[in-house]
Design a protein around this ligand. Structure first.
Ligand code: TXE
Length: 479
């Protein structure tokens, strides 16, 4: 499938006619070409967004809301087609794309379509001075949204929907590794009646297309999800132009298990929080810490369950773990398994590539559990972003808190306990933007989402996202 840029409501080839191969991770074959857009394409997308801005920013909230909800409905109508496209592009099981990725992309549009009708700003009466202040929340103008490959349409729309709801026009770039569902979204936007130029989607490499977006002097805000190194580069580039930035970056999240938890629930959820989406979710609990009194039992039970996971072709109904997203990523994850062995970690299960019959060149890897003897080893400190978890025992609350916080990241943490005092204490002390207690990845779209430390700056979700995509202006009236 060949794809094109979506600019001013039309599909078009890149101006310089530069193209990239798009791979199917399930069989390693090239199945299409995608534009590698240059700054010329980004400029055209910007001009189209700029021309559309005046009218879109003046469009009533009811009308914006109606269009966003229509996009959501059309995504739902096309669930099967989008789920299959996402799976083919990314390697994730179709069942996962159908139950999580595409429904969530639809929810993003519905949620922000509704949220904008409830969004309001503050007013401050200056008592005794006969003045009133009120805050205008105005759209920024043209904003840039750049998203990664792990949850392609899910994260792409998580940025675009609030940006559009707040009255901005958008230049967006999905990951060059998984661009297809973003391409398909263009048609849906046209069908829903989104005016031309309000959303523009340009495809290409980070260093060419992405770089042109972040360098563009008139794209006033950048919402980015991706690797921490890229986030740092974007911050450096954008800071001298005083762009507004929201950066959602990597994670190395602790999953802390106390003996007093609901064991079965914890065990089943821990399998999911370790290996969902082939472990390629920034929220995965990739460092498992288990209270020593149940450590040996957990080790036996967890490994037994992990061994039952089926690695297979993404479209097979019995597949739990599909293909990793790309060959270079597979190599990176394998390198970490070798590093673990060199660091004297013990591979309790997995660790090898899987050959799936009929798809011998696909990027399949066994779910891998590594027992580590110290929390300071590289596999316990660096983001692997694949189907690999580490585990080790702990003795006290203080010990595990220290280890949990002793990484450069701070995105999420999971805590399994029925002790209320401990829950309150640990939730306050964990250095993370999100703490889940007795659950994992339970999402309410109204809540603030994002991380601390090297996991990024800013929060997405709910009114936080609408605040990010608007500029507050104070108006003071003396009467
Ligand atoms: O991400 P990149 P990569 C982590 C994970 C992974 C690592 C690298 O550990 O192994 O990051 O992944 C665009 N200007 N996460 O290399 O490069 C790029 O085109 C503007 C965590 O795939 O950060 C893509 O659209 N844009 C993560 C997006 O940035 C640039 C999800 C993300 O790609 C750019 C994915 C530039 N100079 C990976 N360079 C999470 N937090 O969920 C790249 N891009």
């Amino acid at each position: 499938m060949n794809i094109q840029n979506y600019i001013n409501g039309n599909f078009q080839n890149p101006i310089d006619d530069q193209w990239l191969d798009n791979f199917n991770p399930a069989n390693g074959e090239v199945y299409g070409q995608i534009p590698n857009s240059s700054s010329k394409d980004v400029e055209q997308a910007y001009q189209s967004a700029k021309s559309a801005f005046k009218q879109w920013s003046q469009t009533s909230l009811e009308e914006r809301s109606r269009i966003l909800i229509k996009i959501s409905e059309l995504l739902e109508d096309n669930l099967q087609r989008f789920a299959e496209a996402e799976s083919k592009d990314n390697g994730k099981p179709v069942s996962l794309a159908k139950s999580v990725d595409i429904p969530r992309a639809a929810s993003n549009f519905r949620f922000f379509g509704n949220a904008i009708t409830q969004f309001s700003s503050e007013s401050h009466e200056s008592v005794g001075q006969q003045a009133i202040n009120y805050t205008l929340r105005q759209p920024i103008g043209v904003v840039g949204c750049i998203s990664p490959w792990n949850l392609p349409l899910y994260l792409f729309t998580w940025k675009i929907a609030p940006a559009l709801a707040a009255g901005n026009c958008v230049v967006a770039k999905p990951s060059e590794v998984t661009p297809v569902t973003a391409y398909l979204l263009g048609d849906i936007c046209n069908e829903a009646g989104l005016p031309k130029g309000v959303l523009n989607i340009v495809h290409g490499l980070g260093v060419s297309t992405g770089q042109a977006i972040i360098e563009h002097p008139d794209i006033k805000a950048i919402s980015f999800t991706g690797g921490t190194a890229t986030g740092a580069h974007i911050a450096k580039t954008a800071a001298p132009m005083f762009k507004k930035l929201s950066l959602e970056l990597g994670g190395k999240n602790p999953n802390i298990i106390f003996a007093d938890c609901d064991y079965e629930d914890m065990l089943n959820t821990t399998v999911r929080s370790s290996f969902a989406n082939q472990g390629q979710i920034c929220l995965c609990g990739s460092r498992i810490f288990v209270e020593r009194t149940i450590y040996e039992q957990f080790k036996v039970d967890f490994v037994a369950k992990v061994k039952q996971l089926n690695v297979g072709h993404p479209s097979e109904a019995h597949t739990n773990i599909g293909a990793l997203v790309s060959k270079p990523h597979l190599e990176k994850v394998k390198d970490y398994i070798n590093i673990a062995k060199e660091e004297s970690g013990t591979v309790l299960c997995g660790g090898n590539e899987v050959v799936v019959e009929g798809y011998e060149n696909g990027y399949y890897l066994e779910p891998t559990v590594i027992e580590v003897s110290t929390d300071e080893c590289r596999v316990n400190q660096e983001e692997i972003f694949g189907p690999v978890v580490t585990m080790m025992p702990f003795d006290t609350e203080d010990d595990v808190l220290l280890m949990a916080n002793k990484v450069k990241y701070g995105l999420s943490a999971t805590l399994w306990t029925n002790n209320l005092k401990r829950t309150m204490h640990m939730s306050q002390q964990l250095q993370a933007g999100i703490v889940w207690v007795n659950t994992w990845m339970m999402r309410d779209l109204r809540t603030p989402f994002g991380g601390v430390k090297a996991s990024g700056v800013g929060r997405e979700g709910g009114f936080e996202a609408l605040r990010f995509f608007t500029e507050p202006k104070n108006v003071c009236i003396k009467y």
